[in-house]
Design a protein around this ligand. Structure first.
Ligand code: NAI
Length: 343
């Protein structure tokens, strides 16, 4: 076994602690080399430390450069910014990698294997928003500014293209709306086309599609796509659409990757409607842990985890309620742990 790898662990809010315990049990059964620095954030951070992103948590990620994170709730009121957005900005996690693969065959959309790569720091998510008062209405007009830079687009597109080459993707599709937002999304499209001509031509096929047509095509025939690369807002929306093709939010992991740090999480939120009931599906966070194993150059452990998840679902037929099964989080986890130990 390789040397230990310290990782910041943030169980998170709502179902976070339940799915994190399940994920730790799976990693433990695998004999992963991770050691954990347990930290808090989100609502838990506000309760315990008066800050949704306490300094100790940030310091820990600065040390480890790696985090496995449960979902974080942003307290409403109190003027708090989203802890997730703050984390991405603090560690310049410019690339959001969201793969979606069919794990249960025979559904409405079978054999899906798609990856969405989303720019994570720019666009309309930068928070430059304000209202303009007219007469006695203080919020008569709402304005938002989006900013996309050539440098920011280029480093994300380079990340996506390199990932496509490294993982053998045949086709990359740039998703944009340059027919209407000619500057804001045109700069991303132009940068991608030029980068492909300069450095990547022949390594994979490059295609472009307008976001609205892309949404329709994904529902009619998702198999025509292989990797989608796009700006922040479009990527956020499309990755949820793609999650729906493979059984919902309980099945899709995400990685937030920068030059110096990486944070792994489920795509879904804290699911307050089912928190504490022991019914949450832990697979999305487990798959995020699998991405972290790949990131740490431990692909054999990642593959064992993914195989054990697929076998638990399809051979043992143990599934949580969101997948039409009857198992709770604990029953699914113990079936998975047996698969890992006996596999
Ligand atoms: P959500 O993803 O928490 O829940 C949407 C629906 O999916 C709910 O019905 C929920 O029960 C179900 N669901 C989600 N994950 C599931 C799982 N693992 N197993 C079974 N069912 C699952 O989205 P919602 O309700 O919009 O957000 C709740 C909170 O989470 C908000 O405070 C939001 O800001 C936060 N959030 C945090 C994210 C993060 O930390 N990365 C991402 C998205 C939302």
């Amino acid at each position: 076994m390789s040397a230990t790898i310290p990782v910041t662990l943030i169980p998170g809010d709502g179902i976070g602690p339940e799915i994190m315990d399940a994920t730790l049990a799976a990693l433990d059964a695998l004999g992963s080399p991770f050691t954990w620095e347990r930290q808090i954030a989100g609502l838990e951070g506000v309760k315990v430390a008066g800050d949704p992103l306490p300094m100790a948590t940030l310091d820990s990620i600065r040390r480890t450069c790696l985090a496995l994170k449960g979902p974080l709730e942003t307290p409403s009121g109190g003027g708090y910014r989203s802890s997730n957005v703050r984390l991405r900005e603090e560690f310049q996690l410019y690339a959001n990698l969201r793969p979606a693969r069919t794990l249960i065959p025979g559904g409405r959309f079978d054999k899906i294997d798609l990856v969405v790569v989303r720019e994570n720091l720019e666009g309309l998510y930068i928070g430059h928003e304000h209202y303009i008062k007219i007469d006695d209405d203080p919020q008569a007009v709402a304005m938002a500014t989006g900013i996309n830079t050539r440098a920011g687009g280029r480093r994300l597109l380079e990340f996506a293209f390199d990932h496509a080459v490294a993982t053998g993707r045949k086709k990359v599709t740039i998703v944009h709306k340059a027919n209407i937002m000619k500057a804001l999304t045109g700069i991303f499209l132009d940068t991608g086309l030029k980068l492909y001509e300069d450095k990547y031509k022949g390594k994979f096929e490059l295609d472009t599609v307008i976001i609205d047509a892309c949404a329709m095509k994904l529902v009619l025939n998702p198999w025509q796509f292989d990797m989608l690369v796009t700006t922040n807002l479009f990527g956020d929306i499309l990755s949820d659409l793609v999650a729906g093709l493979v059984g919902g939010l309980g099945m899709t992991p995400g990685a937030n990757i920068g030059a110096d740090a990486a944070i792994f999480e489920a795509v879904h939120g804290s699911a307050p409607d089912i928190a504490g009931k022991g019914v949450a599906n832990p697979i999305a966070l487990m798959l995020a842990a699998g991405m972290m194993l790949d990131h740490c150059k431990l692909p054999d452990l990642a593959a064992r985890l993914r195989t054990a998840i697929a076998e638990t679902l399809n051979i043992d037929k143990v599934r949580t309620g969101d997948l039409g099964g009857k198992a709770g989080t604990a029953a699914f986890t113990s079936a998975l742990v047996s698969r890992i130990r006996n596999g």
